[in-house]
Ligand binder design. Structure first.
Ligand SMILES: [Zn+2]
Length: 454
C-alpha cells in the first residue's frame, strides 16, 4: 500500500520542487534579517548552576543581544535594570535551567515501528520530495525546541545533507528550532548502512546519504567534501552488519576532521566496532550496546564520550504498545532493537556509569509516536539515565554541560553563565527533588528570544 502512495508522491515531485524553488528565491527573509532580541530580565525563584549543582534562590538573569550579561539577586538587578528591559516573572514554583542539548538527532527523518529499519530508510530517504523532508524537519525542529531542547547535534539520514539547509533556515529566522550542529554525508564501510540487499533504492540511498570508505585516501577526501559542504561534525559508521572500517581508516578520518576543527561521532553497536572507534580516536561513541569493559576503560582514560541513545524500559514498552497493532509480529530488526533497549542497553549504561565514562545525552528518537511530539518523546531518554542509577543532577549535566563539551561549544552553551548564549528553559517544580519536573517545560528562550512562555 505504501508503495502506491510513494509513486503518487513522486509524480507530484516536479511541481513541488518548482514551488519550493520559488519560495527560496523570493523569500524576503535573508541570513541577515534576524532581528535583535529585546533586552530581557528573567526573575526566577530558583536558578540551577549545573556545574556546582546548587540553586541560586531569588535570582535574576539579564539578557542582552542574545547572551546572558548578568546573574544577580533579583533586587540588585531590579535596581540596575536597563531602561525599557522586558521583564519576565517565572511562576513561583519554576526552576530556570540551561536549555537542553540532544547530541543525537535525525530531524529530517522519521520511522514507523511496523516497518523494518530497511524499509523505513528506503521510503523516507529516497521517495520523499525535498519540500516534504524540509516540512518534516521544520516540524520536528519546532517540537524539539518547544520541549526544551535548545541545541541538537543532527547526525544524518537527511538526504543530500538537507539538515544543513534546515540549520541555515533556523539561523536565518525562517524556521523555529534549536541550534543545529549537523553532520553531512555519513562515512560508512562500502555498501552503506541499513539497506535491504539488492533493493532498488540501495544505490540511490548510498549516493544521497553515504560516503563509502574503501581506503585512507578516500577517508580523507570524504572528510574534505563534508567540510566543503558546511558540516559541523563528521559522523562515521564504524560497522554495518559484517562490513567494518579499519583502525587506520578511522584514524585517517579523525586526523582530517580534527585538522578542520571538527569532532567525530562514531556509530558502533558491537563490542568490536566500539573498540575500533576508540582505537581510531573518535570523540564520541554512539549506542555501544555491546561495549566491553576494557573499551569503556579506554574511553574514560581518553575522555571519549559515550552517547547511549537509550529509552527507558517503560518508554520502550509504551512505544511498542502504542505503535504496534495488537497481535502484530515485529520485524526482526525491530525485535532486535527492543531486545537491545531492554536487555543490553541498561546493563552497559550501568557499567559505563560505574567506570565514570563521560556521558552525553542523545535521543536517536525518530519514531512516529502517538501522543508524543518529537521533543517530548526525546525527553524520555533522560529516564533511561535515571533508571541506570544516575542522580537527577548528573542526568541534567549529561544533557547540558557535558553535551556542550562534546559539541566543542562549552564557551557558548550548556550552563547559565555570563557571556554564554541565553538558551534557557524553565520547568515547573524542582527537578533535583522531583525528576519528573524536568519534563514540565513552561518557558523556552533561545538566543534571547522567547519561544515558549506558559
Ligand atoms: Zn541515530
Amino acid at each position: 500500500m505504501f508503495m502506491q502512495k510513494f509513486n503518487d508522491l513522486s509524480r507530484k515531485k516536479t511541481a513541488r520542487t518548482l514551488a519550493l524553488l520559488l519560495i527560496f528565491v523570493f523569500s524576503p527573509a535573508t541570513a541577515n534579517a534576524q532581528q535583535a532580541n529585546p533586552t530581557t530580565i528573567i526573575n526566577a525563584a530558583r536558578i540551577l548552576d549545573v556545574k556546582s549543582g546548587k540553586y541560586l534562590n531569588n535570582y535574576a538573569v539579564l539578557v542582552v543581544d542574545g547572551r546572558v550579561r548578568q546573574i544577580a539577586p533579583r533586587a540588585e538587578l531590579a535596581r540596575n535594570a536597563p531602561r525599557g528591559a522586558k521583564i519576565v516573572n517565572l511562576p513561583p514554583n519554576a526552576t530556570l535551567l540551561p536549555g537542553l542539548i540532544d547530541a543525537h538527532t535525525h530531524l529530517l527523518d522519521e520511522r514507523l515501528l511496523v516497518q523494518e529499519f530497511y524499509d523505513n530508510n528506503a521510503v523516507r530517504i529516497t521517495q520523499r520530495s525535498p519540500e516534504e523532508r524540509m516540512a518534516l524537519g521544520e516540524r520536528n525542529a519546532r517540537e524539539m525546541v518547544e520541549a526544551g531542547w535548545t541545541t541538537v547535534r543532527d547526525v544524518g539520514m537527511a538526504k543530500d545533507c538537507d539538515a544543513l539547509k534546515l540549520r541555515d533556515r533556523i539561523n536565518a529566522g525562517q524556521a523555529v528550532g534549536p541550534r543545529m550542529f549537523v553532520a553531512c554525508k555519513l562515512l560508512t564501510p562500502p555498501g552503506g548502512l541499513l539497506l535491504r540487499p539488492a533493493s532498488e533504492y540501495a544505490e540511490e540511498m548510498i549516493r544521497n546519504e553515504y560516503f563509502e570508505i574503501g581506503s585512507e585516501d578516500v577517508a580523507r577526501r570524504a572528510v574534505g567534501e563534508n567540510v566543503q559542504a558546511g558540516a559541523d561534525l563528521i559522523k562515521v559508521i564504524v560497522a554495518a552488519e559484517e562490513r567494518m572500517l579499519t583502525v587506520p581508516q578511522v584514524r585517517a578520518i579523525v586526523a582530517a576532521a580534527h585538522e578542520a576543527n571538527l569532532k567525530v561521532a562514531a556509530h558502533a553497536h558491537t563490542a568490536e566496532a566500539a573498540q575500533i572507534a576508540v582505537e581510531g580516536g573518535v570523540d564520541s561513541v554512539e549506542h555501544a550496546f555491546q561495549v566491553r569493559d576494557a573499551t569503556l576503560r579506554q574511553m574514560r582514560e581518553r575522555g571519549i564520550f559515550l552517547v547511549p541513545t537509550d529509552l527507558s524500559i517503560a518508554a520502550v514498552n509504551e512505544l511498542f504498545a502504542r505503535m504496534l497493532p495488537p497481535g502484530f509480529e515485529p520485524r526482526p530488526g525491530i525485535k532486535k532493537y527492543r531486545k537491545e533497549q531492554v536487555e543490553s542497553a541498561p546493563e552497559r549504561l550501568k557499567r559505563a556509569i560505574a567506570m565514570k565514562v563521560r556521558l552525553a545525552a542523545g535521543s536517536d528518537v525518530e519514531w512516529i509516536w502517538t501522543g508524543r511530539t518529537r521533543g517530548t518523546a526525546s525527553l524520555l531518554i533522560l529516564d533511561a539515565f535515571r533508571q541506570a542509577g544516575m542522580s537527577p543532577l548528573d542526568v541534567i549535566r549529561a544533557a547540558t554541560v557535558n553535551a556542550a563539551e562534546l559539541l566543542g561549544q562549552s564557551d557558548n552553551i550548556g550552563a547559565i553563565e555570563t557571556n554564554k548564549f541565553a538558551d534557557l528553559i524553565a520547568v515547573e517544580g524542582d527537578p533535583l527533588a522531583n525528576f519528573a519536573a524536568l519534563k514540565r517545560v513552561v518557558f523556552v528562550m533561545k538566543n534571547g528570544e522567547i519561544l515558549k512562555n506558559r
